[in-house]
Every structure is written in structure tokens, then in C-alpha cells.
Design a binder for this molecule. Sequence first.
Ligand code: 2AM
Ligand code: CA
Ligand code: CA
Ligand code: CA
Length: 263
Amino acid sequence: MSQDWQQLNTAIIKLLKEARQRVLTKMQDPLTVAEKSNRKDLVTNVDRANEKFLIAGIREIDPTAQVLGEEGFGDELTSLDGRVWIVDPIDGTMNFVKQQDNFAIMIGIYQDGVGQLGYIYDVMNDVLYHGGPQLGGVWADDRQLAAPADIALADGLIGASGPLVIHDVAHMQEIIHVSSGMRVLGSAGIEMINIMNGKTLGYISHLKPWDIAAGQVLLNELGVQVSTIDGKPLDMLSSNLVLVATKKAQRDILRIEEDDVSL
Ligand code: 2AM
Ligand code: CA
Ligand code: CA
Ligand code: CA
């Protein structure tokens, strides 16, 4: 690992710890909540303030990089050339509002479209998952994670987003039926933490770049597959119907997709 990336990692961890403290402090005051596209798609004053804080910190660490932030305080990204930081200031905003728990701060760093470093901070449990090819592994704080077992779809639990299941998009109900069961957590970041810890074997959801940027880097480093629901690489400038799964479960799910001509 190069000295540069190591220094970058140290600076990012410091920035994320500060961001977490600021979020905890702001949670002591009433939230300002607004609807984005619909009543289940929310943004709060804390999402916005945290994105501004993170992007200001990123500009100091890496002044020439492009930054993509969910709430729009970064750059308008038209390409993935050079170094690109992708920021989700609060992942699981509905959980943040309703539960004051089960949400994450996430940052993914890409170089010419290739994932280099990923950070998922479980704020309320105060555990920072970080790693990627530039660090040569994945850690939960100081504890290095082993690759999760490569289990088949029938042998484990799968995470999913509620609407995909309700509308039975992409044979969700059959996939769940074949699996050991479904879990719905409401935060892509917390879902990916469960996969890293071997508690679930995968996750299926319709996601924007900031929802999956960090997780893709971390999960790939642990040998977990991240693709579209039909097995293709993600477009990190757009939204994707994302399939995260162990190698065996990915094969099982792609077979279910292929077997049905209606997709
Ligand atoms: P967010 O909280 O950062 O918006 C909820 O099922 C998960 O899906 C969260 O990780 C949420 O991220 C993400 N998500 C993506 N698009 C969404 C949308 N249109 N509405 C609500 N959550 C969305
Ligand atoms: Ca959002
Ligand atoms: Ca998100
Ligand atoms: Ca968010």
C-alpha cells in the first residue's frame, strides 16, 4: 500500500469521527424534515449539514478530486475520470427520523471508475467499516474481517428493499422463497455491514451511486459479488437494480432471472 493512500485513510477516518460527533450533537435538537420525491423519501437538516461538512473536509484532503454527494453540495459529475469521492451523508434517513438508529455515514473513493477505498460508519454502534484494495483488506475499527462464507441462496438470509418485494420486481418473491428468509433493514449501509459480518448472504435493492459506492469497494475486497440484477457491472453515474451476493448465491439468483423470459 502506498504512503499516499495510507495518509488519505488516516485523514478520512479523522473526518468521519468528527462528522459522527456532529451528527450526535445535532440529534439532541428537533429535526427539520422535508420530503424529496415522495413521503417516504426524506431529507433532514442533518443530512444536508453533514454533507456540507464532509465535502468541505474532502476538499481540504484532496483539492483536485471530484465529489458526488446525494444532497447536491458536490460537483455535477459527468465522468468517473480521475479521483472521485462519492458521499452519502446519512444512509437510512427514514430510520434516522423514526428510530434514531440503524443509519450510516458512507464514503466511497474511486480512481478512473475503479473502487479504491470504502467507509461505512454505523453511527449508533460507533463501528467504522473501512478498507479496499488500497488497504489490502477490510476492518471493523481495528479488527480485520475474514471473507464471509460462500453459501448458496438456500443456505442463508437475504436483505431486500420493501418496495421491490411488494411489487415482486425481478422475481423477488421466488428469490426469497428459495432463500432461508428475507430481512428488511431500511439502510443499504447497514445491509452491507450484515453481509460483511456473514449475517446475510446478500441484498437486492434499487440504488443510486452513493448508496452502493462504499459497499461495492468493501464487499468486493471480501470476495462478495456486486452487480446489476442481470449480472452486469454497475453504472456508477446512474441508478441500478443492484444484486449483492456471495458467489454461489449470485449464481443461484442469476439462474432464477434467466429462467424467466418475462424479465
Ligand atoms: P437514503 O436513506 O440515503 O435515502 C432504504 O430502503 C434504503 O434505500 C436506504 O439506504 C436509502 O438511502 C435507499 N434509497 C435509495 N433510493 C431511495 C428512495 N427513493 N427513497 C427512499 N430510500 C431510498
Ligand atoms: Ca435519501
Ligand atoms: Ca443512501
Ligand atoms: Ca442519504
